[in-house]
Ligand binder design. Structure first.
Ligand code: SAM
Length: 215
């Protein structure tokens, strides 16, 4: 990339936050995989799945299944390529990936049944593009998909965009940051909040959630 582009990105807080978020997410996923007997990681709007793949390859576990659910064929095939590349390294580890093409904002969507094992559902860089109805729908589907109480929902949210005016002046208006208070109001009836981890520049917050027993 051009040096000027890097200079611009260096000064955009959510670009810095995205990088910070990536390292934090890898650490959080690794730690849960190592301590919680997780068998499946489901990445919602997973894109190229760089983060969960990086996390899985940093753990000792050899039996994890990764699932990518995304609306884009291109993103799904990119995740297959990223994984094929990681699998071809001589690490002794081979990870399986299943991909599902699915629209996560259509009314009443249901996640496929991934069995009753402890799992992580991870969703990053989707929430801030959703309206209230879609956010509630997403939470309802994740709640139903987390049918094992040792499972986790890791939701990453843009909580503060200091450069909002700059984005608006570029005509980029479909990004809706959501304050910590608002996220808590969305999730608290169905999920218990185990932890909230902020990026050092406080643009993103990573919510570590578990399904409540009944809602
Ligand atoms: C910026 S990428 C984020 C990828 C990954 N979660 C990460 O943080 O690196 C956003 C992804 O969301 C997917 N996406 C956007 N809207 C979606 C929708 N309504 N249903 C499913 N996937 C969607 C896009 O195809 C894209 O792969």
């Amino acid at each position: 990339m051009d040096e000027k582009v890097f200079a611009i990105l260096d000064n955009i807080e959510i670009a810095n936050g995205s990088l910070q978020r990536r390292y934090l997410l890898v650490d959080i996923l690794c730690s849960l995989i190592n301590t919680e007997k997780i068998k499946t990681i489901i990445s919602l709007a997973g894109g190229s799945c760089v983060v969960p793949i990086e996390a899985i390859f940093q753990t000792e576990d050899n039996s994890l299944l990764l699932i990518n659910i995304d609306i884009s064929d291109k993103a799904l095939s990119r995740s297959n390529l990223v994984l094929a590349n990681a699998n071809s390294q001589k690490t002794g580890k081979k990870v399986n990936l299943s991909t599902y093409k699915m629209e996560l904002t259509s009314g009443g969507f249901e996640l496929p049944d991934f069995g009753n094992c402890p799992k992580i559902i991870e969703c990053t860089e989707l929430w801030e593009y959703l309206n209230t109805e879609n956010r509630n729908q997403l939470l309802k589907s994740v709640y139903n998909g987390l049918n094992n109480y040792d499972s986790y929902f890791i939701l990453t949210v843009l909580v503060n965009n200091p450069d909002e005016n700059f984005f608006h002046s570029l005509g980029f208006k479909n990004l809706y940051p959501c304050s910590i208070k608002e996220v808590i109001a969305f999730v608290e009836s169905s999920f218990s909040i185990e932890n909230i981890v902020f990026t050092p520049n406080r643009t993103y917050a990573i919510f570590i959630l578990k399904r409540k027993e009944s809602n």
